[in-house]
Design a protein around this ligand. Structure first.
Ligand code: GLN
Length: 247
């Protein structure tokens, strides 16, 4: 038995944006700390395995619907979260773990209800481009990533935002992502944990209960510096300064 099992959920459906890389980052950063880690790519044709830390990625509308239906039928992810598993859900994954999200034709579909958020189809242009957001707790440095979504996400009273948007769109109201207990949703691709290693370490420490020693993150720091500077200088391309909202 490994000390940590990281499960990438439905990479065959939610794998369009390279978010499977979040699982690789988590597993490798844990192993670099001497934590024996298993990384499982849990495709949608097999029952979802039990794990300590689940990652859901982004995906297109039809694939997102298929993944949500499969997860709802099974109930394994809700049970795992109920028993204390950590969950990182990105973009389509973030929408799936909320209360409802739009199908390709705009109809609202039920999500898993693990975060008190509701996503509707934005009527403005799609949010596509680099995004920067200042985290609201846990002492993390600015989050950097790339977003590409049509949905607007509204939080209910029981869910706090993950961060405040300083460039880009995020949820659409100046906030980015959501957090409730050990469940975190975000619109950031990149993959987000490759761009934000401190965020990866936070999730590993939640899942293992360990205090993690620092790693040499010089390459990650250089990438962060370049991306953050490009957005701030307006060189990143595609970035919409916060925030269009529905129009
Ligand atoms: N289909 C969703 C949207 O457009 C999610 C997109 C994504 O995962 N990048 O809002």
């Amino acid at each position: 038995m490994s000390a940590l099992t990281v499960v990438v959920v439905h990479p065959d459906l939610l794998g369009t944006y390279g978010d499977g890389g979040n699982g690789v980052v988590l597993a490798q950063r844990a192993r670099w700390r001497g934590i024996e880690t298993e990384l499982v790519d849990a495709t949608s044709d097999l029952p979802l395995p039990t794990g300590d830390l689940y990652c859901l990625g982004g995906g297109e509308d039809a694939a997102q619907t298929a993944s949500a239906e499969r997860l709802r039928e099974e109930g394994t992810l809700e049970r795992a979260v109920g028993q204390g598993a950590v969950l990182l859900a990105v973009c389509a994954g973030y929408q799936i773990v909320g209360r409802s999200f739009p199908a390709a034709d705009g109809r609202p579909l039920s999500g898993l209800g693990l975060l008190d958020v509701t996503t509707t189809k934005g009527r403005g242009r799609r949010a596509v481009g680099e995004i920067l957001a200042e985290p609201l707790d846990e002492g993390l440095p600015v989050l950097t990533g790339f977003e590409n979504h049509g949905g607007l996400t509204t939080r209910g009273p029981t869910t706090a935002p993950l961060a405040r948007v300083t460039a880009g769109v995020g949820n659409g109201d100046g906030t980015e992502g959501a957090r409730s207990g050990r469940v975190v949703g975000t619109y950031l691709h990149g993959p987000v944990l490759a761009r934000n290693p401190g965020f990866a370490d936070l999730l590993i420490s939640w899942a293992t209960g360990r205090v993690l020693h620092a790693l040499d993150d010089a390459e990650e720091a250089a990438l962060r510096k370049e991306r953050i500077a490009a957005v701030r200088a307006g060189r990143a391309g595609g970035t919409v300064r916060y925030a269009p909202g529905p129009s």
